[in-house]
Design a protein around this ligand. Structure first.
Ligand code: SF4
Ligand code: F3S
Ligand code: FES
Length: 246
């Protein structure tokens, strides 16, 4: 057992960092320490969590400035004398302490047109190639922790972009559906015009923080960008759009 210094955000958007000296035991994670603070020093500390197993995506925070799951961040990753600072995700409004209002993400999820299979295909008729199954499975590992949306500079530093940009989590969903062999909807126009594909300049910060190690940028965003560009610069599409405007 040792004592460690924790600095924790208290309050809402106008809050402050409050310092605590707290017991830490071998094998503990940051969420354990937050629970100990609730149990021993500050029972009104607001923390969101659920599974404590890296699978529900609820406990996202920033620890020493890095977006992380608090239940998967072992105390042993810090130096013995390192102060551990825990703050809420910066991209979303703070409700209280470490709990954010992440409704932006649910709003963006609702805007994505759902899976659209060919109505002429009966259940059981269609057989997917293994490569298509594996592509979808990678994206389906997402636990909706929203750390990727939190870290993306397009909305992290620019509140005004939220209306036009879905963030990597939902562009990945658009990409998944666009590349699904049985989905009949053409999602390239909406990816560009409604979900803000063009705002992504491939900084890959989203991929770096993903706790599920999903290759968001390489396997979803770049292929989607290529498809959007193919459509945009296809001479026949270009000609069609000119004729259509007359
Ligand atoms: Fe979290 Fe990764 Fe899903 Fe983004 S893609 S919400 S970082 S699990
Ligand atoms: Fe943002 Fe990821 Fe693109 S961090 S800019 S969505 S590569
Ligand atoms: Fe579920 Fe951390 S508590 S992911």
């Amino acid at each position: 057992m040792s004592k460690r210094t924790f600095r924790v955000w208290r309050g809402a958007d106008e809050g402050t960092l409050t310092e605590y000296e707290v017991e830490v035991n071998e094998g503990e994670v940051v969420l354990d320490i937050l629970h100990r603070l609730q149990a021993t020093q500050t029972p009104d500390l607001a923390v969101r969590w659920n599974c404590k197993a890296g699978k529900c995506g609820s406990c996202s925070v920033e620890i020493n400035g890095r977006p992380r799951l608090s239940c998967m961040t072992r105390m042993s990753v810090f130096e013995d004398d390192e102060v551990v600072t825990v703050t809420p995700m910066r991209t979303f409004p703070v409700i209280r302490d470490l709990v954010c209002d992440v409704s932006y993400n649910y709003q963006k999820a609702r805007e994505i047109p759902s899976f659209t299979p060919d109505p002429a295909t009966s259940p059981g008729d269609f057989r997917m190639q293994q490569v298509d199954v594996e592509r979808s499975q990678e994206f389906r590992k997402c636990i909706e922790c929203f750390l990727c949306n939190n870290v993306c500079h397009v909305i992290r530093d620019h509140e005004e972009n939220k209306e036009h940009f879905s963030g990597p989590r939902f562009l990945m969903r658009v990409a998944e559906l666009e590349m699904h062999p049985e989905d009949t909807a053409d999602r390239r126009r909406i990816a560009d015009e409604e979900f803000g594909m063009g705002y992504c300049n491939i900084t890959k910060c989203c991929t770096e923080v993903c706790p599920e190690n999903i290759h968001i940028t390489d396997n979803a965003l770049i292929p989607l960008k290529e498809r959007v560009a193919d459509r945009k610069y296809d001479p026949l599409v270009w000609l069609g759009s000119k004729i259509g405007r007359r």
